[in-house]
Design a binder for this molecule. Sequence first.
Ligand SMILES: Cc1cc2nc3c(=O)[nH]c(=O)nc-3n(C[C@H](O)[C@H](O)[C@H](O)COP(=O)(O)OP(=O)(O)OC[C@H]3O[C@@H](n4cnc5c(N)ncnc54)[C@H](O)[C@@H]3O)c2cc1C
Length: 381
Amino acid sequence: MSLPIEISSDHKQMIDECRALSNEVEPFSIEADESSVMHAPTLDAFRSSGLSNLMVPAAYGGRFDEVDPLAVCLAREVFMKTSSHLDSLFALQGIGSYAISRAGSESQKEEWLPAVGKGDALAALALTEPIAGSDLKGINTKAESTNDGLILTGAKSFISNAGSASFYTTLAKEGDGYSLFLVPADVEGLTVSPSPEIIAPHVLGELSFDNVVLPESSRLGEPGAAFRHVLATLSVFRISVAGAAVGLMQGALEEAVRHCSGREQFGRPLAKHGPVATLLADSWSDLESSRLLTYQTAAMAADDPEGNLDRSSLAKLTATEAATRVVDRCVQSMGRWGLIRGSKIEKYYRQARPMRVYEGASEVLRLGIASRLVKELGDGS
Ligand SMILES: Cc1cc2nc3c(=O)[nH]c(=O)nc-3n(C[C@H](O)[C@H](O)[C@H](O)COP(=O)(O)OP(=O)(O)OC[C@H]3O[C@@H](n4cnc5c(N)ncnc54)[C@H](O)[C@@H]3O)c2cc1C
């Protein structure tokens, strides 16, 4: 399929590399996507591909001068179609390390970014807690400066890459504000346990910080500046969830079209029956409109990563809600063949669902989007 935007030869080359990695991972993608611990063959293939270099700036071994939101979206589109495990592994390299690229000290950057860019270090972002999800200001994890250094206490929940990550970019309360800390995975007092299994398996874990002692130099950026860096991360990476949702829709629609063109009922292929044709046509419409919005938003984020949060939310909301509709229609058009456990379409059906919850649940995104709309088009209040 041709792309609905002008993309550079660098992006085209990158897409070819992503497709090559996806082809390599395809034979074991069902196994990887059923795994809630890191899948070693997928990790090996990812490391060998060199594509983790999309997630760090060129000065630290990255491919582009800065992390390029359009490149990340295009890559996630390719990966998600083949394997959610590969997609998540790739995405977390940026989600967990972006605050270092943006706000880290030179020594933090030197220590971690080249290793992230090679895929040798795996990154994670630890925000959510048992009691705090959408409302991150309700967290309980605390950092206190003492004569012995910073002491971190608290717990984090549903953290992607937990147990496999090399470090956790961790949100904690500090005094009256909130700061981010770079916590190496092997630090004393940090323990990891598995999170509950979810409908579409994902590498997830619970973190416990029991009087973890960190040097003052482990703070990322200024004290109290956490939300600026978290929002910048979301501004860039929320759009990339939309990219992944586009890849999922593409895969689901290809499955449905193949089935509906080949199977006949009442003397005609399913695709020639009006109601089934409608399911397919509406799905294509959802897919292509989401794709356009995603690419456009990613291109805008490249120009102004920080001013783009609400647009990023809009793209994520649009594409993930569309993905749920599309995959549901595709399952319906395939009748009983859409329900086979372990089939591609059944896998997409389960994988679409968590996308509307993580990195901003749809309802919470709508609040921010509506508030921006009122500022731009309303009376400004
Ligand atoms: C697969 C997966 C991976 C994840 N990875 C990570 C990770 O790497 N790091 C991390 O920190 N977290 C991670 N999370 C957690 C994720 O960020 C949270 O699940 C998400 O922020 C929502 O929080 P919650 O689940 O506590 O839901 P809640 O905040 O309890 O929300 C429940 C429902 O209420 C709605 N709601 C909440 N507040 C409002 C409001 N003000 N107005 C209207 N509706 C509202 C929500 O939209 C949602 O529908 C992951 C979750 C999943 C499922």
